[in-house]
Design a protein around this ligand. Sequence first.
Ligand code: KG4
Ligand code: ZN
Length: 389
Amino acid sequence: MIILSIETSCDETAVAVLEAKGSFSGASFTVLGNALYSQAHLHAEYGGVYPNLAKREHQKNLAPLTREALHEAGFAAKGEKRTVAPTVLAHIREVEFQKDIQSFIEENATPPIDLIAVTKGPGLEPALWAGISFAETLAKVWGVPIIGVNHMEGHIVSALMKKESDNQFAFDAVRFPVLSLLISGGHTELVLMKEWFEYELIGKTRDDAVGEAFDKVARIIGLPYPGGPEIDRAAQRARERGDLHGISLPRPMIADRGSDFSFSGLKTAVLYLVRELAELSDIIKENIAWEFEEAVRDVLVEKTRRALEKTGAKTLVVGGGVSANRTIRMGLEALVEGAYPDVQLNYPDRTLTGDNAIMIGAAAYMRHTLAKTLPGSVKAQGSLSLAEA
Ligand code: KG4
Ligand code: ZN
């Protein structure tokens, strides 16, 4: 099955073409084409993602990126060209976007796609709609079924995929139940998957997401957006120097018996600390990054430990942008090696930690082959949860 997948939930516009085979734990994916454009630098001055700018950028980039991914897949010259009836575009308000979609379809050959997958949520609704209206128009004109995918499910699936070669991924034999620690810019949750796509929420953040806390703390100490990778690097420099100079931050809710998280107090603690300081030298900034990262790691590791204990999970997956963090990875590795040697710990491949369309195509394929979701029209759901995925 050939799948065209589209992701526009946040500030990455991503399009992939996958060839998918097999089912259940034996599924494998060949990435035939993959095109991604990150808008992060455009949002940097706002210190976070600005929804209407994200929408406009997605609208601008969807056609060129899809053309690129299809071209890479070798579908550029094959197939007939279609014309677009004006009624098909009537639901799209922006004239420029309408024109882009129309010329994209009319100038390119109809590709041999069997299924279109598009992120339906959670995320920024204007951004989600850009991807959905583009995908739905292609589906209509090309006569291809379309499936809406939960972005967080994409992150879980991406961690279960093992990279076999440059453009090939396959599922390892997945051992259920799977506990997922999802840590991204918009989400922080522990979710149990008892079998494919049957979820139970174990715990979630009551305020800021972990990635959001990284981004906000970075801003407070004067590091650019997105703050996660910046803090990761700054903390590494401090660790190499090796003296914290007495900086200490709280580990919110670490002793709480429940499974929820809270990160806004940690961010506020950094804010107060910085206010009290006479000057914010590079060394102090790096030390704050170091201590902040360790505070986050300690909380994530302890909550994950309790969740493993409570659920008896056989697999632990860590997904979302923050799963790229080295200190957090090492903390979770030490936990599993030390106390749960039988638990299989999975991360996404480095190329799949951030938002991408490969994970969306793979999740759609699994839902389709397991008949968990039927193709149909897609609606943007900004705060879609996994339970209603
Ligand atoms: O999953 P993702 O790409 O987008 C969302 O769905 O939110 O996650 C983005 C988040 C940002 O907050 C970014 O700062 C954070 O992931 N991030 C990191 C690292 N790389 C990205 N946080 C900590 N350490 C990193 N190395
Ligand atoms: Zn994400």
